[in-house]
Design a protein around this ligand. Structure first.
Ligand code: GLU
Length: 306
C-alpha cells in the first residue's frame, strides 16, 4: 500500500555535529521534492544516541536549515523522548512471537566472516535464535532484542536509484530493535516516527538504501502505509572519499563564514545535474525547475570550488 495525496516529506538529522555538504544536499532534495509539489515537511531530531547528540547541535541545525532557506511546517518530538511510544511497538512484535533475546557481542559478531550491508551491518547468522532458557540465564546479563525476518524479497522503486530489492534473510538476517541498554534502534524509531507523522516521502542519502527493506518489513508488521523512497547520491571529496563530519572545511560552520546560501545551493544543483550551468540561486528558485529525472544517481563530486 502506498500514499496518494499531497506529499509530506521530512528532515531527520542527527544532531551530533555541524551539517556537512552531503547532509545539506540530502536536506535540499527532500525539501525540493515536496515543496515543488506544494507538499509539507516535518523536522525530527534523531537523537537516540544521547552520548553523541546535544540540544545545542539541534539548535544549530535549525539555524543552518533556516539560513539555507529550507523551511519546515512543524517539528515532532525528538526520538530521545519517545521511548514509551517505541515500547508499545516493541510489545506488538513480542505478541507476534517475532522477538528473541540476543547475547552476541560486537566481537563475536565480527569474528563471523559474513558479508555486510553498506551501513556496516553484518548478516546475522541466527546464533541466538534457539537458545534454551538455561543457556539464556547462563549469560547473566541483559540481552539485545532481535526481530526474526522472513526469507522474502522486499522491493521498491526508488525516486533516484530506480528498482531495488533485498532478501531480508539472505542479505540482512534477524536485526536488533532494542539494544541491551534498553535504547531502541534507528530502524524501529524511524519507521514508527515517519508513519505517526504522516510522512509519505522519505528522502535521504543512498547509504541508507539498504535500510529501507527492514523499515518496509516493520511497516508491514505494524500495518503502516509504505512511503515513497528517494535515496540521493553521496558527495565525495576531490580524492573520491565520502564526505563526513570530519571534513570540517566543507561543513556549514566553515562555509557560512564566506559563502552565501545561494552559492552553496547553486553549486550543489549544478554538480548534481539539476542545473546545466552554475549560477547562485535560492532553494525557492530551484524548486521551479526541480525534477528527479535530472538528478545524478552516482556519487557527486563538487564541480564548483566552495
Ligand atoms: N538521522 C539520519 C542522518 O542524519 C537520517 C535517517 C533518515 O533519514 O532516515 O543521517
Amino acid at each position: 500500500m502506498t500514499h496518494a495525496d499531497t506529499p509530506i516529506g521530512r528532515f531527520a538529522p542527527t544532531p551530533s555535529g555541524r551539517m556537512h555538504l552531503g547532509n545539506v544536499f540530502a536536506a535540499l532534495i527532500a525539501w525540493l521534492s515536496v515543496r515543488s509539489r506544494g507538499g509539507g515537511l516535518i523536522l525530527r531530531m534523531e537523537d537516540l544516541d544521547t552520548q553523541r547528540t546535544s540540544t545545542e547541535f539541534a539548535e544549530i541545525l535549525r539555524q543552518d536549515l533556516t539560513w539555507l532557506g529550507l523551511d519546515w511546517d512543524h517539528e515532532t518530538a525528538p526520538q530521545s523522548q519517545r521511548s514509551a511510544v517505541y515500547d508499545r511497538y516493541f510489545a506488538r512484535l513480542e505478541q507476534l512471537g517475532l522477538l528473541y533475546p540476543c547475547y552476541c557481542t560486537r566481537s563475536t559478531l565480527h569474528s563471523v566472516n559474513a558479508p555486510h550491508l553498506s551501513d556496516g551491518t553484518y548478516v546475522y547468522p541466527g546464533t541466538c535464535r534457539n537458545l534454551t532458557e538455561a543457556e539464556k540465564s547462563a549469560f547473566g546479563r541483559d540481552p539485545a532484542w532481535r526481530v526474526k525476518v522472513p526469507d522474502r524479497d522486499y522491493q521498491l522503486t526508488d525516486l533516484c536509484q530506480g528498482p531495488f530489492r533485498q532478501n531480508l534473510s539472505a542479505d540482512c538476517g534477524d536485526f536488533v530493535v532494542r539494544r541491551a541498554d534498553g535504547v531502541y534502534v534507528y530502524q524501529l524509531a524511524v519507521t514508527v516516527d515517519d508513519s505517526e507523522a504522516g510522512v509519505t516521502e522519505v528522502v535521504r542519502g543512498v547509504d541508507l538504501l539498504g535500510s529501507a527493506p527492514r523499515q518496509m518489513y516493520l511497516q508491514e508488521l505494524f500495518g503502516f502505509l509504505q512511503p515513497q523512497y528517494g535515496h540521493v547520491p553521496l558527495l565525495v571529496a576531490p580524492d573520491g572519499r565520502r564526505l563526513s563530519k570530519r571534513d570540517r572545511d566543507l561543513d556549514l560552520g566553515a562555509l557560512r563564514l564566506h559563502k552565501k546560501p545561494e552559492e552553496i545551493i547553486g553549486a550543489l544543483a549544478h554538480s548534481s545535474g539539476l542545473l546545466p550551468h552554475y549560477e547562485p540561486l535560492s532553494a525557492r528558485e530551484l524548486a521551479t525547475v526541480f525534477s528527479w529525472d535530472n538528478l545524478k544517481k552516482e556519487n557527486i563530486q563538487l564541480q564548483i570550488n566552495l
